[in-house]
Design a protein around this ligand. Sequence first.
Ligand code: UDX
Length: 467
Amino acid sequence: MSSIKIRKICCIGAGYVGGPTMSVIADKCPDIEVRVVDINKERIAAWNDNDLNNLPIFEPGLDQIISRTRGRNLFFSSDMEKSISYADMIFISVNTPTKTKGLGAGKASDLSWVEASARQVAQYANGHTIVVEKSTLPVRTAQAIKEILKTTIRENQKNETTKTFSVLSNPEFLAEGTAINDLEKPDRVLIGGEDPQAINALVNIYLNWVSSDQIICTNLWSSELSKLAANAFLAQRISSINSISAFCEATGADIKEVAKAIGTDKRIGNQFLSAGPGFGGSCFKKDILNLVYLSGYFGLPEVANYWNQVVLLNTWQQDRIYKIVLEKLFGTVNGKNIAILGFSFKANTNDTRESPAIRISCELLEEGAFLSIYDPKVSIERMKEDFENHSFDNPMIWKMANSIQEALQNADAVLILTAWDEFFGLDWNYLASFMRKPAWIFDTRSVVNREEIKNTGLNLWKLGEGT
Ligand code: UDX
């Protein structure tokens, strides 16, 4: 099949998906020029910063790729018009947050940025352009993008007769913290579309480093739905194991043993079975709520209810944890010092979006606790923003600690919420000396070994471990 040779790529959106994805494409395809654009000038400046520690996102391995490719065939800019007009292929990789108001508020995705991007593409593109949806989008959004591209051209028809577009869906499955590895060695690449030449052009890009049997081509709607469904299935597994963790605590079973026992069944598999304080991150909740909204829209209330339960269980798990802390500390945390270890939604990222730590911390603050929060990567500005989004009846009293030891100073309890490497194998004998007795460790990520706290005088509660 004849195929279009892509020489110039533009990506609209320099965020968690656009930045790393384009860096890897530029790295693997040195003959393609890749331009990443964003209206946020500060973010672009950070991507262009000479000090690679100032990149806007932290991903292991990203800085090395940036140092190889930036200025060679990878460029970050805020010049939309130029970057779009010169590209043969444009990725749309912008935010699609959950709507906060209007129809579908709290569930449906806000597509304003996608729509604005499509309009800009329609305005500035030249000749034939392949438009690739990279953002996670509700099923049938490609149709909306097509409509916008078509009508905008029709409106300006006199001078625009040479513009044509093909729309593809190419959802991203990368997880934060392992983004580079996920991009370089993906389980699969999914491409949805109707135009075989456009599909082929995108397949050829991936063939530079992904084998053909890992590239799945589907129709547009299957591709869009697969992304939502994959995230919903993953989140459902976490809610499932978390529901069983509560059962373990009630019965004396041990969630790690149960996870191992069920995970050895090949049909179930052993991945994604770690019980914890619930899933966070920018995708799971948003995508499930989107699925819930769309199920309702398409007249499938039972399907909507089924998936909504995954989110409800996740919130319940977080509330359950703060209530256990309260109960163990004699029913009150008012005026007590609690150390929080880990604020990001998982280890190896500075991202706190939907982090269970936010909700749990807010509940404890609301109960009058004083929190001392330590996270190896999350900045104090980020924490402030996260707390500012919540209203409190009590005055908020928290501080960021610069070390584990500082966080534990005079603490009545320590609550471990993220499984950062440095939280494993701690010298609890030494750390216990900083705490006020009787003191508790609440371990929601199974990082503390019961042996380690023997003879320390500390009490240990572990999520999913029955007594
Ligand atoms: C997820 C998907 O994995 C990825 O494919 C998609 O593209 C984006 O959403 P991400 O949100 O970066 O990626 O993180 P992930 O590693 O999937 O973890 C999500 C949340 O689930 C975290 O809060 C994590 O702590 C939690 N989790 C994960 C568990 O509680 N237990 C597990 O066994 C796995």
